[in-house]
Design a protein around this ligand. Structure first.
Ligand code: ZN
Ligand code: ZN
Length: 398
């Protein structure tokens, strides 16, 4: 029997408190960079398990040194979203307009469950375990905030970083892994273009930023269609276009909010350069009186799973959970800031998914107000996967 299987024998004994904690967290979600109570709860629990605990950049890190061996960091994100819950669950959010609509409450509870199991099973593993709880994943600020607050200097250097997310697929009870790009890199871009205001009846006396912005929107479609290889994944979306106040006033500016995605940093950089080129050229073409402003914000890195780490973790998951519960995952177009943490240390990583919806259950995507994964076996699976992934490196049977 593997170390993970031995450790997981104790899982049944903690089902009750884990379910209670999950329900408590689900009822009391906190928005990004405001996870005060959540962080306090995590701190209290990690300390009671015997971890050396620090609050870093809005997050919480527990370190447990257990003799000679590798160092593994496992990350869970902890923030909720500005969404009004519509799941109809008996334990729905008690905070108006705020909801754990991305399932980070599962990540916290599974992360704490794994931390407690490992603390109680020190005879079965050796090395250093770092349980990291990160704020503000949804705004792409949290990982960077912990790095900026000295994470790299404040904890032992890990050999590998691991993380996971509850997903719509596979079915609850199963785990999915993929080597290489798993989640896209994303950037948000605010573009402000300038025209010259005029009366709606006298367009010849103004420079119309609405026409200018419209040309930009259409021209941007050519980036993916004509500039990026058909074999590469790329998305350019204009999610917001705002200008003017009244039908008979030509305004003096327009603001566009763009979102781009790619599985390749070169493709991403190409898209950013093309957007700048097109925006500047269209402003020039319109005779814009002032250069455009182009501002990048909420930048998500690429989540690109290391092949070797993924193979090792996948084998460990299969051994601990059974072959039939571990399936291959397809890349997902969403994004994560998880990799900012391993990237800051310069270490490889693996990020996997675990299912949240039962067979035949109506599914809703993450961030949907009706996103309501089944509590079990989702929570149990997240905990099992965390233990198995960590012990792939720290288990004494390695
Ligand atoms: Zn999310
Ligand atoms: Zn999420």
């Amino acid at each position: 029997m593997s170390a993970a299987q031995e450790v997981l024998k104790k899982l049944d004994a903690q089902t009750e408190w884990q379910e209670e904690l999950y329900i408590h967290l689900h009822k009391h979600p906190e928005l990004s960079m405001q996870e005060v109570e959540t962080a306090a709860e995590i701190t209290r629990r990690l300390e009671s398990y015997g971890y050396d605990v620090q609050q870093i950049g809005g997050g919480v890190v527990g370190v447990m040194k257990n003799g000679e061996g590798p160092t593994v960091l496992f990350r869970a994100d902890i923030d909720a979203l500005p969404v009004e819950e519509a799941t109809g669950l008996p334990y729905r959010s008690e905070v108006p307009g705020v909801m754990h609509a991305c399932g980070h409450d599962f990540h916290i509870t599974a992360g704490l469950g794994a931390a407690k199991l490992l603390a109680e099973s020190r005879d079965l593993w050796a090395g250093t375990y770092i349980a990291l709880f990160q704020p503000a994943e949804e705004t792409a600020e949290g990982a960077q905030s912990m790095v900026d607050d000295g994470l790299v200097e404040k904890v032992p250097r890990p050999d590998v970083a691991l993380g996971q997310h509850v997903l719509v697929a596979p079915v609850s009870g199963k785990v999915g892994t993929i080597a290489g790009p798993m989640l896209s890199t994303a950037a948000n871009i605010k573009v402000t273009v300038y025209g010259k205001g005029s009366h709606g009846s006298m367009p010849h006396l103004g420079i119309d930023p609405v026409v200018l912005a419209s040309s930009i929107v259409m021209r941007l479609q050519g980036i993916v269609a004509r500039e990026i290889s058909p074999f590469k994944f790329a998305v350019v979306t204009v999610g917001s276009l705002q200008a003017g106040t009244k039908s008979n006033i030509i305004p003096d500016r327009a603001v566009l909010l763009l979102n781009i995605r790619a599985y390749d940093m070169e493709v991403r950089d190409h898209m950013i350069a093309s957007i700048e080129r097109i925006v500047k050229a269209e402003c020039e073409a319109s005779g814009s009186p002032k250069p455009p402003e182009i501002e990048l914000y909420e930048m998500f890195p690429l989540t690109n799973n290391d092949a070797e780490v993924t193979a090792k973790v996948t084998a460990a998951l299969k051994e601990a959970l059974g072959e039939d519960r571990v399936v291959p995952l397809d890349p997902i177009t969403a994004s994560e800031d998880f990799s900012n943490i391993p990237n800051a240390f310069g270490i490889p990583y693996c990020y996997w998914g675990f299912g949240g919806f039962a067979e035949g259950q109506q599914t809703y995507p993450n961030h949907n107000p009706a996103f309501g994964p089944v509590l079990q076996p989702t929570l149990r699976t997240g905990t099992e996967a965390a233990v198995a992934g960590v012990l792939a490196y720290l288990g004494k049977d390695n």
